[in-house]
Design a protein around this ligand. Structure first.
Ligand SMILES: Nc1ncnc2c1ncn2[C@@H]1O[C@H](COP(=O)(O)OP(=O)(O)O)[C@@H](O)[C@H]1O
Ligand SMILES: [Mg+2]
Length: 210
């Protein structure tokens, strides 16, 4: 998730607004019988946080991601992006939100094969008017986040499918300014039968283990 919002709560201490919030969000697919694919899931994701969603097939991962990406709406409960209730937005506002705030990496993605991994990630910043040196620096940061800084000079054809997908993720997140804050926070959400059964931050785990 990209982009941060801050609000002043009470005194003068800025409180970060989560970029993404689910509050008791449920999704029931109609049918006989109906399928309760997501059952009152609640979570909040901060700007720059890296979150993995895991769980067996049919546990509700895709349903959860569709709600997070505003590709679908919950049948009950609330989904907020940067504090705004998705259900209250018009289609036009939603389209704007997706364009500005949400990056999707689909299973079918495209990397330019004639270019290095670094170039593939850096080029995404061309249209943002970022200078070449800064583009490359931001690209390295993004590659580092997905554990691929050492493959910066490789061509996409020299990577595994998993590595190529991680390059696509680096490209989707390159250029946000809040990486440093949460780069070490890797959170894992586990799903089972439409429920979030675990929500762990590996960084918190490491801190506790010290
Ligand atoms: N469009 C749909 N209509 C009816 N049931 C669906 C639909 N999409 C998913 N489901 C059901 O919802 C449950 C969760 O599915 P899904 O979110 O795709 O899980 P996962 O991505 O973890 O495999 C499953 O039981 C699945 O069969
Ligand atoms: Mg799925």
């Amino acid at each position: 998730m990209t982009a941060a919002g801050t609000a002043l709560a009470g005194g003068d201490v800025p409180v970060p607004v989560p970029v993404l919030e689910l509050e008791r969000a449920s999704k029931v697919y109609p049918g006989s019988p109906p399928v309760r694919a997501l059952d009152q899931a609640s979570l909040a994701v901060a700007a720059g946080e890296l979150v993995a969603v895991a769980g067996p097939s049919g546990s509700g991962k895709s349903t959860l991601l569709h709600l997070m990406g505003t590709l679908d709406k919950p049948t009950a409960g609330t989904v907020r992006i940067t504090g705004i209730d998705v259900a209250r937005m018009t289609d036009r506002e939603l389209a704007g939100l997706r364009a500005a705030r949400i990056g999707f990496v689909f299973q079918q993605f495209f990397l330019a094969e004639h270019q290095s991994v670094l170039g593939n990630v850096a080029d995404r910043l061309l249209y943002a008017g970022v200078r070449r040196g800064t583009r490359r620096w931001l690209a390295i940061q993004a590659l580092d986040r997905v554990g691929l800084a050492h493959k910066a000079a490789a061509r996409p054809t020299q990577l595994s499918g998993d590595e190529r997908q991680r390059v696509a993720i680096a490209r989707a997140v390159a250029g946000t300014h809040d990486h440093a804050v949460a780069a070490r926070t890797r959170r894992r959400i586990e799903m089972l039968d439409g429920h979030i059964v675990a929500d762990t931050s590996l960084a918190a785990g490491r801190a506790a283990a010290r």
